[in-house]
Design a protein around this ligand. Structure first.
Ligand code: SAH
Length: 243
C-alpha cells in the first residue's frame, strides 16, 4: 500500500486523533524547546491531525504554519480542526517539498520521518528549504535502541527506516545539518500499573514498560542549517569571496 492508501484509511478511522493523544505526551516537551520567534514560518512534516502546527501558532505566535502530509484525508481532517487562517495543511511527499530554498525558519516532525521512501533525500530537502540557522526537530518513537518498537513494521504496509541514534546524527551531518542536540524525551503521562498487575495482555514485564516509556521515550534529534548555503552540499566548492 502507498502512504496515501495506508494513512487515508487511518484518517477515516479517526486514528489521527488517537495518535495526537499518544504523541502529545512527549511532543509537547520537544515542541517547548523549539526556538520559534514570533512571525517565523514553520513546517510540520507528516502532520497527521495537525496538532503540532496549531500548538506552535498558539504558543509562539508563529507567522505562518504549514502541515504537510502524504494523505489527503489527514490534511483534510487537520484543516477541519482549526479556523486559523495562518495555519495551512497541504498534501505532499517528503521526497519533494513544495517550498523554495530558505523559505522555512523551522521544521518539526513527529513519528513520521521514518516513513520517507528515501530518508537521506528527505534530509537534503529539509536542508534546502531551511534558512541559514533554521532548525529541524525530528522526533521518533521507532528507532533501533527502542527494541519495543521493532515489531511495528509488521503491522504497517509502508516501509519504515529504523535508524539508531548515531545513524540519525550521521545522516543529519551528511545532509549538511549540524547536530545541535540529541535526547531521549521520556513519556511521564502514560500510567504504568504496579508490579502485581503483570503480566498484562500487552506486556510480560513491568521493567519493559518502564524502559519503553520512562527511559527510551521519544528520540529527539535537532539539526541546524548552516549559516552559508555553500557548505550545505557535501563536497560543494566554497563560494569565492571578495579579497
Ligand atoms: N505527526 C503526527 C502524525 C504521525 S503519523 C502525530 O504526531 O500524530 C505519520 C504521518 O506521516 C501520516 O499522517 C502519514 O500520512 C504521513 N506520511 C508518511 N509518509 C509520508 C511521506 N512520504 N510524505 C508525506 N507524508 C507522509
Amino acid at each position: 500500500m502507498s502512504v496515501r492508501e495506508e494513512f487515508d484509511e487511518w484518517a477515516a478511522d479517526g486514528r489521527d486523533k488517537g495518535m495526537e493523544e499518544r504523541h502529545w505526551a512527549t511532543a509537547k516537551h520537544a515542541l517547548g524547546r523549539m526556538p520559534v520567534e514570533p512571525g517565523d514560518v514553520v513546517l510540520d512534516l507528516g502532520c497527521g491531525s495537525g496538532y503540532a502546527g496549531r500548538a506552535i501558532r498558539d504558543t509562539y505566535d508563529a507567522g505562518r504554519v504549514y502541515g504537510l502530509d502524504g494523505s489527503p484525508e489527514m490534511a483534510r481532517n487537520a484543516a477541519s480542526y482549526t479556523d486559523d487562517p495562518q495555519v495551512g495543511y497541504v498534501t505532499g511527499d517528503f521526497g519533494a517539498l513544495p517550498f523554495a530554498e530558505d523559505a522555512i525558519d523551522h521544521v518539526w516532525s513527529m513519528e513520521a520521518f521514518y516513513y520517507a521512501a528515501d530518508p537521506r533525500e528527505t534530509l537534503a530537502e529539509i536542508a534546502r528549504v531551511l534558512r541559514p540557522g533554521g532548525t529541524f526537530f525530528c522526533a521518533v518513537n521507532y528507532y533501533e535502541e527502542n527494541v519495543h518498537s521493532h515489531e511495528w513494521q509488521e503491522r504497517i504496509s509502508v516501509d519504515m527506516t529504523r535508524w539508531s541514534a548515531g545513524e540519525y546524527r550521521e545522516a543529519f551531518r551528511e545532509a549538511g545539518l549540524h547536530v545541535a542536540e540529541q535526547d531521549n524525551v521520556p513519556d511521564r503521562d502514560v500510567e504504568i500499573p504496579d508490579a502485581s498487575a503483570f503480566p498484562t495482555d500487552d506486556w510480560e514485564r513491568r521493567e519493559d514498560v518502564v524502559q519503553r516509556y520512562r527511559e527510551l521515550g521519544t528520540l529527539l534529534t535537532v539539526g541546524v542549517a548552516p549559516r552559508s548555503g555553500t557548505d550545505r552540499r557535501r563536497g560543494a566548492a566554497p563560494r569565492d569571496r571578495p579579497p
